[in-house]
Design a protein around this ligand. Structure first.
Ligand SMILES: Cc1cc2nc3c(=O)[nH]c(=O)nc-3n(C[C@H](O)[C@H](O)[C@H](O)COP(=O)(O)OP(=O)(O)OC[C@H]3O[C@@H](n4cnc5c(N)ncnc54)[C@H](O)[C@@H]3O)c2cc1C
Length: 434
């Protein structure tokens, strides 16, 4: 059995190239074009003018869409390598798009690759993989997010079509998406996990009405990236059903498992960025005749943050390694574990970084409050922390059995009595010899 925390030198060279490229070529986009809408609005001139050139360079380096297998134009790198790469991409809002792996398009592409028809792949998958269009994943409903048992959006069969009727909430990127993957109940008489199906819905299909574009935090009302969508008798042909009737949650599990670990990997990079800012400020700002870095309470914040970041990074890389060894389904405890850990470590480190910066930290001239909001969002997107904690606990508890008997297995008097019985001969002999 091998325990090895090193990166092979050839791959380290690629990582070094990525780090420089992201810092020098991609981060300027974050400074001038902040906000998700620039990234997903492929019609914005910055895509043609700047981003395509950067993407071409990434392709030349063989680093484009590395989460995908070679049949889809990727490298098929395992999760561990992706973990190290995503850590670099996580420092920048634009970097995932420049490297062809931004959510939700990365997961949606995998679904289409598995379940789309040849015509659908030509029309939607190819331009998605080439980063010419955006896509959306439309599952959450206004009355129910983490409890799918309350989903009401229905799809009913009518001749050669499926007809979708219902509402979806927080459908990110809908505004710029060429298509949405919509989850709808097709059989209300069975449990929701067996009665829900997934549909490919082009966003120009008649009957789709966007009620609002909800935003985050202080974004202007109605201008955000998360659509509240009404599907009013939206008709799609039968071949737009993805993966068979009742299969939505099985497919979603595959998609979300990958998505969650990639979010976690990128969060390592984002936390590191907040941590770097905190350390730099601690060394730069002088108060009462000495830099903040000399104050013990600031040192404590730095030590706590480094330890939490380091623990989280190892946890994420271990989860990635586990997926490589046993597959995503078997690694669900590890994946849920990092999903639980990521909002907390991100929020805690970014909050301490704000504290060390003082007023400028909380101001709109630094990215730190955006990071705290990002951390809070990550505690909800792809399912709230509490639900993932339940997954961890349920799966861990399966490895245990109840102990019969009045006292616990580790009850000291009981163990001592058992040990006395086991070693009776020795104890008797020892007593006789004293
Ligand atoms: C930035 C962002 C982007 C998103 N993008 C998308 C998207 O593209 N597509 C999409 O379909 N959805 C998207 N969502 C929605 C997301 O999936 C939901 O927010 C999430 O599933 C929680 O649902 P909810 O918001 O309805 O909260 P609720 O289900 O109302 O839950 C609220 C709170 O109740 C508590 N809770 C819930 N269940 C349990 C439980 N079992 N045990 C203990 N406590 C519990 C938790 O504290 C939870 O945070 C996005 C959300 C965010 C924040």
């Amino acid at each position: 059995m091998a325990w090895d925390f090193s990166t092979d030198p050839d791959f380290q060279e690629k990582l070094d190239w990525m780090a420089t490229f992201v810092r020098e070529e991609v981060e300027p986009l974050d400074a001038l074009f902040p906000g998700e809408h620039f990234v997903y609005d492929k019609q914005h001139p910055v895509h043609e003018g700047v981003v395509r050139g950067l993407q071409a360079e990434v392709r030349r380096q063989g680093l484009w869409a590395c989460h995908l297998g070679p049949e889809l134009g990727g490298k098929g790198y395992g999760q561990l390598k992706l973990g190290l790469m995503n850590e670099i991409l996580g420092r920048s809002n634009w970097a995932p798009a420049v490297f062809g792996c931004q959510a939700p398009d990365s997961g949606n592409a995998e679904i289409l690759a598995h379940y789309g028809t040849a015509e659908q792949k030509k029309r939607f998958l190819e331009p998605l993989l080439e980063s010419r269009i955006s896509s959306c994943y439309s599952m959450t409903e206004p009355q129910a997010g983490s409890d799918p048992g309350q989903f009401r959006c229905r799809a009913t069969r009518d001749g050669d079509d499926w007809v979708i009727q219902g509402e979806k909430w927080f459908s990110s990127c809908f505004r710029y998406a060429r298509f949405a993957i919509v989850m709808a109940v097709t059989d209300p008489d069975v449990p929701v996990y067996q009665g829900t199906s997934m549909f490919l819905v082009p966003t120009d299909t008649p009957g789709i009405n966007v009620l609002r574009h909800t935003g985050l935090g202080s974004e202007e009302e109605g201008e955000g990236n998360h659509a509240y969508v009404h599907y009013d008798d939206v008709r799609v042909p039968v071949d737009h059903l993805l993966g068979g009737e009742g299969q939505a949650f099985v497919i979603a599990q595959t998609r979300l498992g990958g998505g969650r670990i990639h979010h976690a990997m990128r969060t390592v990079g984002a936390v590191r960025r907040a941590f770097d800012m905190m350390c730099e400020r601690a060394l730069s700002r002088v108060t009462q005749g000495e830099p903040l870095s000399k104050k013990q309470m600031v040192q404590e914040m730095i030590a706590d943050s480094w330890i939490e970041l380091h623990q989280f990074r190892l946890q994420v890389l271990h989860a990635a390694w586990t997926i490589d060894q046993v597959g995503g389904a078997e690694a669900r405890t590890e994946i849920a574990g990092v999903k639980v850990a990521l909002p907390k470590v991100f929020r805690d480190v970014a909050t301490r970084a704000i504290q060390v910066h003082g007023s400028i930290g909380v101001s709109n001239e630094m990215p730190l409050t955006g990071m705290v909001l990002g951390a809070l969002s990550l505690g909800l997107a792809d399912g709230p922390t509490e639900v993932h904690k339940l997954t961890v606990a349920r799966r861990i508890l399966k490895q245990y059995e109840p102990h019969e008997g009045l006292f616990p297995r580790e009850h000291l008097p009981t163990r001592r009595a058992a040990a006395r019985a086991k070693l009776a001969d020795f104890l008797e002999h020892a007593a006789a010899n004293t």
